[in-house]
Design a protein around this ligand. Structure first.
Ligand SMILES: [Zn+2]
Length: 196
């Protein structure tokens, strides 16, 4: 027989009336040790008292009331997916329509970005051409001034086109940012409403 007191899980086994292998030495210890016997008796008393309490089912909304007090920490991607799922319409035609709209918007944004990059290159190329021409004009005389001016006009037009695209892209980005801020505010308001 080991010369140590019983562990809580061993006392549990005795109180539950477990008849498994290894319970006999525990019983033998309890028979000899007053301290462990008292602990067993106390636990048995608690178990019997709890068992004697009237059994009743909690109110159906009990769990809901508890959960309104609990701050559930969701991983951000779960929260984001659930929030996004609320905007997906239930009917298939509307889903297709929305999907097509989102695809078109994505295409437009990436297309305008690519176009902006291309126009930027083109504007740079035109500018260097213009500088070359101006230099040439200075060397060869007034006959080339008209061509230089044409080059200047074209460069200016291209540059302003790039600026317009830049403006458009910035506006789209700003709208997206405002949308995100409004979305987060709504999310926060919903969370508050759930808590209160
Ligand atoms: Zn003991």
């Amino acid at each position: 027989m080991e010369h140590r007191h019983l562990l809580p899980n061993e006392i549990d086994l005795l109180v539950d009336g477990d008849a498994g292998f290894g319970v006999a030495p525990l019983r033998a210890h309890v028979a000899e040790c007053r301290e462990c016997r008292e602990r067993c008796d106390e636990l048995r008393l608690v178990a019997e008292t709890v068992e004697a309490l009237p059994h009743f089912t909690p109110n159906l909304r009990f769990a809901d009331r508890i959960m309104t007090q609990v701050q559930v920490v969701e991983p951000w991607h779960v929260a984001a997916t659930e929030y996004a799922a609320r905007f997906v319409p239930a009917s298939t035609p509307m889903r297709l329509f929305l999907g097509a709209g989102a695809g078109a918007a994505a295409l437009a944004i990436s297309g305008s970005a690519a176009w902006l990059a291309f126009r930027g290159d083109l504007a740079g190329w035109m500018a260097s051409l213009f500088i070359d021409r101006t230099r040439q004009t200075l060397v060869t005389g007034a006959g080339e001034v008209a061509a230089g001016a044409l080059g200047a006009d074209a460069t200016t037009a291209l540059a302003s086109g790039g600026l317009a695209t830049l403006g458009l892209t910035s506006a789209v980005l700003a709208l997206a940012a405002i949308g995100a801020v409004l979305g987060f505010r709504r999310l926060a308001a919903t969370a508050r409403a759930h808590r209160s």
